[in-house]
Design a protein around this ligand. Structure first.
Ligand SMILES: Nc1nc2c(ncn2[C@@H]2O[C@H](COP(=O)(O)OP(=O)(O)OP(=O)(O)O)[C@@H](O)[C@H]2O)c(=O)[nH]1
Ligand SMILES: [Mg+2]
Length: 398
């Protein structure tokens, strides 16, 4: 699964990405700092099962930090998007192409309203963050619309003459966007559009259809960034009033805290609602003052920086993902080398025990017999739907 970071230029996408992945990337106060996409590994966090089971674990594919399991997940940060991007303005279509593979999107917004519609610096509070969200969504929709419109009439006539298969033909035109024929059918049904009569669809209907497909196949949430600035409070309220999923976010503060934690200056885990200074004496005056500001403007009013929360919600709320712990010995909760709770896998919502087997090893899936719930020692079948924090042993002939 892949989450894309999207938004207008200069809103803090790369700062969000850098904080989440600790990768060094270019960050600057002007539009189009990012040209080529940054791909990196961030973490999804969930309560580890080690404490509940009274175990000291030795994770292999993930990290356990004081009872919080951190599982690597892929993130991609792309160039900023401006009005007209769908028809090639700015970095245009190319970066939209880079988001094809994304399963969900985090739209970073400058909630403080201190950048204009093109991402140039502007007086704080002068720009409406809701307008930015609408622009970004519209460009995405126009891009899908453009893909659909290419040869629409010709393809529509052909599929009418052939009697059906319109859903397949539409899905194939959006290939790479992970849109299936079923997604196409669902969107058409919801909008009352006749798939057996595509020649009758107006441009307006095709655009509505593009919007529906975008929101159903690329679910998104809003990271209302720069929440540390005074004008952000109003921006966050406006964004929330649209009914969208909004998470107040302070990417710069998260980046500062993670770097300080890495250097041993503070105790802070991604997602924590507070941090502790390890020793006041080891901080320079500037560091102490920066940390105080983060505490006053971010941690106290918002209960956290929001970066980790945005990633977790993208997986858990938008994609209904679950984290599952496969083990080979369901009594000791270990792998064959005796590592306790070695792995944690992120699985799409609705995945089954057989899907888990496939993720662990294709041979395990080929010889799949059943799985054992390590907590209850009960057997579950191939079609058992995984639940968050399941600990399972897969029993296979291979
Ligand atoms: N006050 C404040 N400033 C921030 C925050 N996050 C980012 N910034 C600043 O916003 C500016 C733009 O940050 P970037 O991360 O480069 O933004 P971007 O969206 O990747 O920009 P492009 O790549 O040009 O589209 C920089 O000056 C950052 O320091 C934040 O949480 N609070
Ligand atoms: Mg950038």
């Amino acid at each position: 699964m892949l989450v894309g970071v999207i938004g207008k230029p200069n809103v803090g996408k790369s700062t969000f990405f850098a904080a989440a992945t600790m990768k060094e990337v270019q960050i600057a106060d002007y539009p189009f700092t990012t040209i080529e996409p940054n791909v990196g590994v961030g973490y999804l966090t969930t309560d580890c099962v080690c404490r509940e089971l009274g175990l000291t674990d030795n994770p292999r594919n993930s990290i356990c930090m004081d009872g919080v399991r951190m599982i690597p997940v892929k993130l991609v940060d792309v160039a900023g998007l401006v009005e007209g991007a769908a028809s090639g303005r700015g970095r245009g279509n190319q970066f939209l192409d880079e988001l094809r593979q994304a399963d969900a999107l985090i739209q970073v917004v400058d909630a403080s309203g201190s950048t204009d519609s093109e991402g140039r610096r502007a007086p704080a509070g002068s720009n409406d963050p809701v307008a930015d969200v609408v622009m970004v969504e519209r460009e995405f929709d126009m891009w899908i619309f453009g893909l659909l419109k290419r040869d629409w009439e010709k393809n529509a006539r052909l599929s009418e003459q052939a009697g059906g298969k319109t859903a397949e033909s539409v899905a194939s035109r959006l290939s790479g966007l992970s849109v299936s024929a079923v997604d196409v059918e669902e969107s058409a049904l919801k909008l009352g559009l006749k798939l057996d009569k595509p020649t009758s669809w107006t441009d307006e209907q095709i655009l509505q259809f593009a919007t529906h497909l975008r929101s159903s196949t690329k679910p998104s949430l809003i990271a209302a960034n720069k929440s540390d600035l005074p004008t952000s409070a109003a921006g966050i309220e406006r964004l929330k009033a649209t009914g969208r999923r909004v998470i107040p976010c302070a990417s710069e503060a998260e980046l500062l805290l993670r770097r300080a934690a890495e250097r041993g200056l503070v105790k802070y885990r991604p997602g924590d609602g507070e941090f502790k200074v390890v020793s006041e004496q080891s901080l320079s005056q500037a560091q102490a003052s920066a940390l105080r500001t983060v505490d006053e403007r971010v941690m106290k009013p918002f209960g956290g920086t929001g970066v980790q929360r945005a990633i977790n919600e993208a997986y858990f709320s938008l994609l209904n993902a679950v984290v599952v712990f496969p083990v080979e010995d369901e009594n000791k909760m270990t792998d064959k080398n005796g590592n306790v709770l070695p792995d944690a896998f992120v699985m799409k919502g609705g995945s089954t025990a057989l899907d888990l087997a496939r993720t662990v090893h294709s041979q395990l899936a080929e010889g799949f017999l059943y799985a054992i719930d390590a907590r209850t020692k009960k057997r579950v079948a191939a079609d058992y739907v995984l639940r968050n924090r399941d600990v399972l042993k897969i029993v296979s002939t291979r």
